[in-house]
Write a protein that binds this ligand. Structure first.
Ligand SMILES: Cc1cc2nc3c(=O)[nH]c(=O)nc-3n(C[C@H](O)[C@H](O)[C@H](O)COP(=O)(O)OP(=O)(O)OC[C@H]3O[C@@H](n4cnc5c(N)ncnc54)[C@H](O)[C@@H]3O)c2cc1C
Length: 375
């Protein structure tokens, strides 16, 4: 994994592209692509070398997610969630928990998911409300997570739950086979990202010993804001920036290949040229902002936070705007689904509402830029 972006692009051509239509049409999790992602080593991108991984960081995370989204937004989003959960474990997990989970990922092609959002607190996922009860070394959880991407397909769920210490939170790793864990598969009817399987997860008297908790009791907040948030927010910027670039590729190649009886093409029409220019400008700006944000984040630079927030808000809004313009270029063929543009437009709409939503992040950005505390 030296040239992650290029390697991910190559991978996507062979192992993601063949399944994208079916993933959307049948709202089917891209199982084949995920099997190959494990076999070709992408699940261990961020896992440290001492645990059998490649030991990469924020920049490679952004590159892989962007490259995958240029082919399939759903696959990129599910993959992105895995990396975020892995990184929380990398930075704050015990050696015992890392060995247990990372060995399964590296050797058996298993992957992770993020179960944070709840019906009550919605976009403010950092305020979980599920019930936790401690009895000696055992903690019992009761509650419900509202939307869990890769639900039932992932083998380990990074779950945010209240601590027994008032006002504090913890990250836990709940294995798929934990007694009391179940999924409401019919609860996912997404407008886009249809293969995500982002359905509710029931946590019904799930009991774990403390070895499944990440870090010391009550230490979750620092993990959420210092690790989960940067990887998640940058990853979302990459997913929606990649989606925007995908829209450009589809719209521009359609403009060139769609011929009129006089032999001219759509690409000869000035208005279409302007639309394509606008799509290209926004998609490449989103990519540049995302890669710069990831670079600044990886190097711990002072303005990394504002760059990450700005990239995420810009990329989400750019994807929707690129989709609107691309649909215009695609005309009746796009509307009638002969081109995948309507799928990409539907996928792009998830960007503005995924937590923390574009509106919430815009407020955070303004606060961060003026030296105020967030959230
Ligand atoms: C495709 C997809 C995949 C997802 N996958 C996961 C996953 O894997 N794991 C997970 O934990 N969650 C996941 N989610 C859930 C998501 O991240 C949000 O938590 C969820 O969409 C919030 O929904 P809600 O209706 O409860 O939001 P609400 O909290 O009701 O918000 C509704 C709207 O109000 C706005 N709003 C609310 N509060 C404010 C405020 N203070 N300032 C400005 N605007 C505000 C928001 O911007 C939002 O647009 C996923 C969502 C989608 C769409």
């Amino acid at each position: 994994m030296k040239q992650v972006y290029q390697e991910a692009k190559e991978f996507a051509k062979s192992y993601i592209a063949p399944y994208t239509d079916q993933t959307d049409r049948d709202a089917r999790f891209p199982e084949e692509s995920f099997k190959e992602l494990g076999e070709k080593g992408f699940f261990k991108l961020l896992i440290p070398e001492e645990y059998g991984g490649f030991g990469k960081g924020l920049e490679e995370h952004a590159q892989a997610c962007h490259a995958f989204a240029e082919t399939c937004s759903t696959t990129a989003l599910c993959y992105m969630m895995h990396n975020v959960a892995v990184m929380c474990l990398v930075t704050h997990g015990s050696d015992e928990l890392k060995k247990r989970v990372f060995t399964d990922i590296v050797e058996n092609g298993k992957f992770m998911a993020l179960a944070y959002s709840e019906f009550g607190t919605g976009t403010h996922f950092y305020k979980p409300e599920m019930a936790t009860e401690v009895n000696g070394d055992l903690t019992t959880f009761n509650g419900k997570k509202s939307m869990v991407t890769s639900a039932s397909h992932a083998s380990y769920y990074l779950v945010l739950a209240p601590s027994v210490e008032e006002g504090k939170i913890n990250n836990w790793v709940i294995p798929l086979e934990a007694e009391g864990l179940s999924f409401e598969m019919s609860g996912w009817q997404g407008l886009g990202m249809r293969g995500n399987s982002s359905c509710p997860m029931n946590v019904d008297h799930v009991t774990l010993d403390s070895s499944y908790r990440i870090g010391a009791e009550g230490s979750g907040e620092e993990q959420v804001f210092n690790v989960v948030a940067p990887f998640f927010i940058t990853g979302l910027a990459a997913v929606y920036g990649g989606t925007a670039l995908h829209m450009f590729e589809v719209a521009s190649s359609h403009a060139v290949s769609r011929k009129y009886p006089d032999g001219s093409s759509l690409a000869h029409i000035e208005t279409v040229q302007i639309h394509l220019g606008n799509i290209y400008k926004q998609a490449t700006a989103a990519k540049a902002m995302t890669m710069e944000a990831a670079r600044a984040g990886a190097n711990g630079e002072a303005d990394a936070l504002t760059k990450i927030l700005a990239a995420r808000v810009f990329a989400s809004e750019a994807a929707i705007e690129c989709g609107r313009l691309a649909m215009r270029v695609g005309g009746g063929k796009a509307y009638n689904k002969a081109l995948p543009l309507e799928r990409l437009l539907r996928d792009s709409y998830a960007g503005q509402i995924m937590a923390p939503s574009a509106d919430v992040l815009s407020v955070w950005l303004g606060k961060a830029l003026t030296g105020q505390m967030i959230p």
